[in-house]
Ligand binder design. Structure first.
Ligand code: S6P
Ligand code: ZN
Length: 185
């Protein structure tokens, strides 16, 4: 059995207290996920950080984490997370956005997709079976808090190979959702 505990969450910056292990993803970690290659001069740039509040991994506990995606682009594509399916496919998840402006891109293995808004106060429900990637489409950090079944796990490989059906790119009138040319078969 797990004992109850409390964490303080900085709603502007997504920092948790007590501090937890911080995972940093740089543009080098994202190479191959954007249409354009990542310029070597930008390889060390941190795109996002994830801070997870640990609990024992089981189907009856809830893991949660904050993610902070820095603003920026590679080519026309906005900074984003790698994106994943849950290793246990049916595990659902909730995203609560705390700051910034973004899009939550989701896709299924049979090729369906859905894009939902992310901004302060949105509560996105990521249903089981949907891969998910968050995209910072604004000029400030995108900060969100995620809660998910603790044994969900990660399957990154499928997205690394195939990508999502759509991309979020900068257009003349703001962010646009366009088909991913790599997924046109
Ligand atoms: C975990 C949840 C988030 C992401 C985080 C980073 O199920 O969806 O905590 O892990 O936003 O994204 P990614 O795709 O690099 O794991
Ligand atoms: Zn997830």
């Amino acid at each position: 059995m797990t004992d109850p505990f409390t964490t303080m969450l900085d709603l502007e910056r997504g920092l948790v207290e007590p501090e937890r292990k911080l995972t940093e993803r740089t543009l080098a970690d994202m190479d191959g996920m954007y249409l354009d290659p990542v310029p070597s001069s930008r390889a060390g740039e941190v795109v996002y950080t994830v801070s997870e509040i640990p609990v024992p991994v089981s189907g009856s506990n809830l893991l949660s984490s904050t993610t902070v995606i820095q603003p920026g682009r590679v080519g026309d594509e906005f900074h984003m997370t790698k994106g994943h399916y849950h290793a246990i496919r049916d595990r659902a998840e909730i995203y609560v956005t705390l700051a910034g402006e973004g899009r939550l891109v989701m896709g299924t293995e049979d090729g369906r997709h859905q894009v939902e808004p992310m901004r302060r106060g949105t509560v996105n429900y990521v249903a089981g079976g949907w891969a998910h990637r968050s995209v910072n489409a604004g000029d400030d950090p995108l900060v969100f808090y995620a809660v998910y079944v603790a044994d969900a796990g990660y399957d990154y490989a499928t997205i690394e190979e195939e990508g999502f059906p759509v991309l979020v790119v900068a257009g003349d009138d703001g962010p646009r959702v366009v088909p991913n040319p790599r997924r046109q078969r």
